[in-house]
Design a protein around this ligand. Sequence first.
Ligand code: ADP
Ligand code: MG
Length: 437
Amino acid sequence: MVRNVIFSKSDKIFQFAFIYVVEIGSKTHEKSRDIDSFIGIMAVIKKLNQDLSMKITSTSVAARVAQFEDLTRSIPIKKCSNVFINQRDTPSVRDLIRKFSSQPEKPIKNIKLEATASSSPNRINQEKHAANLIGETFKAYKQRKEAKAVNELGVKTLTNSKASRSYFYDQKGQFLSRTPDNFQKGGKGGFKQLVRRDDQFVQLHIHRLDENLNQRSYNQLANSTLQGYESICKAQFVNPTTMIAHNGGKEVASLIDEGKSVKLLAFKTLLSDLKNLHEKSIYFHDIKPENLTFDDKIVRHIDVENLIAPGYNTRDEGIVCSPYYITQHLLNDIEFGDNKDHASRNHDNYAVLKSIIEATTGSFFDENNRADEDASMPVFGMGEKSLGRARVWIQENVLPKWQNNAEQLLKCPGTQTKPVAVFDMIDWASVEKSDLA
Ligand SMILES: Nc1ncnc2c1ncn2[C@@H]1O[C@H](COP(=O)(O)OP(=O)(O)O)[C@@H](O)[C@H]1O
Ligand SMILES: [Mg+2]
């Protein structure tokens, strides 16, 4: 339920659509501001676009009302909008606008409906018919959604077979995701391969099943504890071999492969979230440029199913990590050390700092050794050559107070007694200043 949808006063077109649909279209709804009522707005907007050649895109509406587009896509909008074609507004619509807006009819004048307005009873009937159709369609869609049972992973699926697209909801009927539009293979890891994508979502096919993973409890974690972290682009299982996630943008590793770099400021949210998650004893353990994406604004974690979190996954079964972003010494500390939490923190900090230096400089420390899953891992940490390169970066971006600490972290992460969050180490004031320059 979204209760605080407010269209700005100047936004007359949307006010018009809002009143039209909520008050006339969804009679069944008793003025509720339920987000689902907005389903019908699409039909109105189509009409405005068609009749008045206005260019209101569904994306511009989606930006105003969260999840709007996905909800509107899930009912046969075409059926509704067909009824609207060749209609004009009626005095009843204008009355409502007057009632709801302290300003009189200006919005209608603005969108040039006034000139063609007519009060013919036929038009009023047509409008009533359209309104009822929206209401009925909406009701049918709600009933269909309610009647649908959740699968073994706690997900409800409604499929539009004509469009070969499915919509996924949680147990309470809250929209989670939908099938992305385009078949297009993308990045492939040890377990998953990107097979479909569009601007909003990606679909991952699981080509190797991870038997240690409880898919249902991962979905629950994704829907609760991991909710609200902007930097986590969490995929969810919609069936045992398919996951859907928000599209996080381009994989950072492939950007580096192309010699491109990502600015440090794009990691700020991720580092602040990482600090926060560590305080809740949640650790990723597989941070690397292959598991980070960049959408031209911020960098996000993908591939988080194997994270360690209280009540979800402990270190007892071992951790999932990549040789190039861990050390033997760290691994030993994580499995057998006296302070496993510190070891876990140090591991994430080591892996994230190494990945960030690679991403912001646009080149890997050791091109040859990275991708090999069976490559031998270093015993302690970075060798002198890599450390020399890292030192330059540290002097430029880390607060003087933490420069030794940062270097020590890369040289030998396991021996650090007190881990310092990478977020706290960075000189954000100067990073922000140089970003503006
Ligand atoms: N949310 C996402 N946005 C964009 N690309 C993604 C997303 N999730 C996965 N990918 C792409 O798919 C690849 C495989 O996904 P990942 O979750 O890392 O699988 P694996 O567990 O096999 O490593 C990633 O390396 C990335 O290229
Ligand atoms: Mg991966």
